[in-house]
Write a protein that binds this ligand. Structure first.
Ligand code: NAP
Length: 246
């Protein structure tokens, strides 16, 4: 089967997706920024499914890193799919207290990184570039429509940018064999909340979600895996909320 590249595959939603993709027969190239041990554990679990897997250290905010990650995926075989998953939040802050440095770092990862990752994906997948076609899934956030007031409006705005990236790119490459879709998770139980300085966020907000709980990384991975698959062959430019009704 073809190769799937997953950015930010060392934990959370990306790691859950790698497990599902491996079980579905994808060879997987995953990227991570800092935690090599966690990435290698995800790789080992994928290999137990009988597929090829490897991890590449690559900061999506660094263009050359993204290019190197795609080159590593190329060495595994023909690319068939890309999941634009790597993303960060920042500590809780109102807009009137945000520094330009904070916002710039967030946009470099969540927006510039996403666009450059999509660029490399299209250069390989699009029939206009001699590619076989394929599927791109962008992991946005319900924050793009909620706005995250008092918490991280900059993050919400960065995710709104990825929604629009998905909508526009889907139309741009629709007749070149490439489907592009967006998944918007709600509050999901991963380490991202602790990295943003709110380790209690899931326990605090989960019960206020209409379904009464936070989601799991695997529940988001299931939606991504479906959009990647041929079962979703007529879906492109779709935005799928996986947010428990929030
Ligand atoms: P997570 O548990 O914090 O994992 C983030 C992953 O991205 C890790 O593999 C991390 O690698 C990697 N990463 C972080 N910064 C990176 C960078 N600059 N370059 C490359 N990789 C980087 O996050 P998650 O909760 O699974 O979130 C995944 C995606 O879902 C993000 O785009 C996030 O915005 C979105 N999302 C999450 C939630 C939620 O509630 N969890 C809700 C809505 C949307 P290292 O481990 O090496 O640092």
């Amino acid at each position: 089967m073809a190769v799937l590249l997953v950015t930010g595959g060392s934990r959370g939603i990306g790691a859950a997706l790698v497990a599902r993709a491996a079980a579905a027969g994808w060879d997987v190239c995953l990227t991570y920024r800092s935690d090599a041990d966690a990435a290698e554990k995800v790789v080992a679990a994928a290999r137990e499914q009988g597929v090829e897997a490897r991890a590449v250290r690559a900061d999506v905010a660094v263009e050359a890193d993204v290019e190197a990650a795609f080159a590593a995926a190329d060495a595994m075989g023909p690319l068939g799919g890309v999941v634009v998953n790597a993303g960060v939040v920042a500590p809780k802050s109102r807009v009137d207290a945000m520094s330009a440095a904070r916002v710039g770092e967030m946009l470099a990862i969540n927006v510039v990184g996403a666009v450059v990752t999509c660029r490399e994906a299209v250069r390989r997948l699009s029939t206009a570039h001699g590619g076989p076609g394929g599927s791109i899934v962008i992991v946005s956030s319900a924050a793009s429509r909620l706005g995250s007031p008092g918490e991280y409006v900059d993050y919400a705005a960065s995710k709104a940018a990825t929604d629009t990236l998905g909508l526009g790119l889907a139309k741009e490459v629709a007749d070149e064999g490439v489907r592009v879709n967006v998944v918007r998770p709600g509050i999901i139980d991963t380490e991202i909340h602790a990295t943003g300085g709110q380790p209690d966020r899931v326990a605090r907000i989960g019960p206020m979600v209409p379904v009464g709980r936070a989601g799991t990384a695997d529940e988001v991975a299931a939606a991504i895996a479906w959009l990647l698959s041929d079962e979703a062959s007529y879906c492109t430019g779709s935005v799928l909320d996986v947010a428990g009704g929030r």
